[in-house]
Design a protein around this ligand. Sequence first.
Ligand code: HEC
Length: 151
Amino acid sequence: MRKIILTAIALSLPTLAVADAATDAVKARQDHMKSYGKQVGTFAAMAKGEVDYDPAAAQAAADALVELVNMDMSGFWIPGTSADDLPGVSYAKPDLWNNFEKAGGIGTELQKAAATMQEVAGNGQGEMAQALGGIGQQCQECHKAFQLKKD
Ligand code: HEC
């Protein structure tokens, strides 16, 4: 009996390890996305006039965003981590894994938009707000295609 139980535990271990790796990948990319959200929130608050435009704060957010969008994200989007695989954990549509090229293309556009922001963030509220528009477009495009709505 004891032996059977031990065997069962041993057999289930690899599955658990895989599940953990998958959940960790989802958490890592969700945290990464939240950091995007934090920087974008800084720009948005200044663009809307909710907080006074501050060139140094805008520049710091731009520098942080550029760093984030250029990080290696290959570990985030591993197979087996779609919303179908991990319901209630992942909100990434399975379609993403059939359209890596499209998703990557949007990621490249986001890198360009963030680079533009880095150039102009300190040049005044107007230029910063315009660059924010370019960034927001890429966030939206990818979410529309590949993010499942949380509700
Ligand atoms: C290449 C596609 C892509 C781009 C570009 C992208 N996102 Fe996402 N985002 C996703 C996907 C897919 C999810 C769902 C991830 C999950 O739940 O596994 C997501 C989730 C999120 C979340 C929710 C995170 C959570 O806590 O669950 C936020 C916030 C977010 N994105 C913000 C942004 C912002 C801001 C930008 C632009 C600066 C952006 N994203 C750009 C694909 C993208």
